[in-house]
Write a protein of this length. Sequence first.
Length: 445
Amino acid sequence: MSRVGGVRSNNSIPRLEIGSFGIGEIGPTKQIEIQDALTTLNVSLTMDMTTQLKFSVIDPDFEMLRRNYFQVRRPMSYNGYNYEISANSAARAAGTQDRVEVTAMSWPIQRMRRAKGAKTWGGAGVGISAALCAQQIADEYGLKMFIQSSPAMTSITRQQGEDNDESTWDVLQRLAADLQYVVFESYGVLYFTSEDYLIERQPGIVVDCIKASEEDPWFPYAYSFKQDDNDWRGSQFSLMVGRENGKRLRPGMTATFRNMGLFSNRKHLITSVNWTEGTNRPVTISGRTLIETEDTVDDTTVGRGVGKIDSRVLVQGSKGNAVERVQMVLGITEVDASGEAVYGPITIAAVQEWQVKNGLSTEIVTAVSDIDPALRGTSPVLTENSADGIFDSDDWEMMLTPPNTDRLLLDATKGVTVSDDVSMAGSVVDDGVWDGMLAGRKHYL
């Protein structure tokens, strides 16, 4: 008797060998294990939606279907995570077994999509930020979280009216769009963050497209790349890697490639991870470079952007998004008559102070004998720090590089809780969270 991705039963229908897979009653906590009836099970994790399962069940005479096993909104679980059936279809054809196709999605997010009606977060003089609102929602629905801070607001309202009936999930998507953030759920973690913040603070993998051996944890079984300057996605990739390690990847992590020409040595954001259970087929991951925004390039009208901000040398009179980004980090504002950010005396003075503070200035030592007697002190030399106020490559590297968190390939099912007071320059992560994550590391990068 042959075996292909599972075992064959007496009626020659392939059955999957998978973990715990239960269908529950509506309301009660009792669940029925149905994995013996499964023939296919596909897992899909993407930044465009929530965790999704698609599975196929052999159901002779549709007995389970007629008993409402696959009713929409019925809860189910797979390997410790909770889902909810969102769609189903049934088919009978000559020469084949009766089959039911089912789609299930993350149970917390499905509940958010049904939560409607007028509601306000904050208000009453308390105030709230979009990040804090996302944190409160994640807590309410039992999700772990990875959340970037955002400016305070008076209140946030879930709108309801004749032309608008928002759900809680709609609110999160609206808030994310307003901030140029992404919001998605993956294996019980809610992500609410900008892409550049995410790509610098999540673990990643390095793939050598030419020289990797089959023993390499990220050996590329197959891959493809695409680049189009007229496409906002810029550089795109699709990659197949081994199952054991590939199933640990999550959207929001990164992939960097070596020995692939112009696609090399640049972080790509993983946007989807897909695999089929019960087989030995590799895991497929896809991704792209960042969506360029006004704080990463000077021109966002095409693909990879024109004029990366960290390639600009800023001197007195410089203008544009790069100047605005520096002013934002330094907490200052200086504009010309038209309201455009300008690199003027206020900004230069703030940059000089920042350069001295961060060791980017030049130390000048003057012997006491060269100093006017009236100005001499008790020290034999006078030491000063001189900063030129010109913002170039060294300054960009210091400003844009996040703190070293020594992040490895982590167990992505563990959450990362970032506090609401995180600034653009760093993050606040509970030590216990990192200890737990580092304990699950698989490979050094």
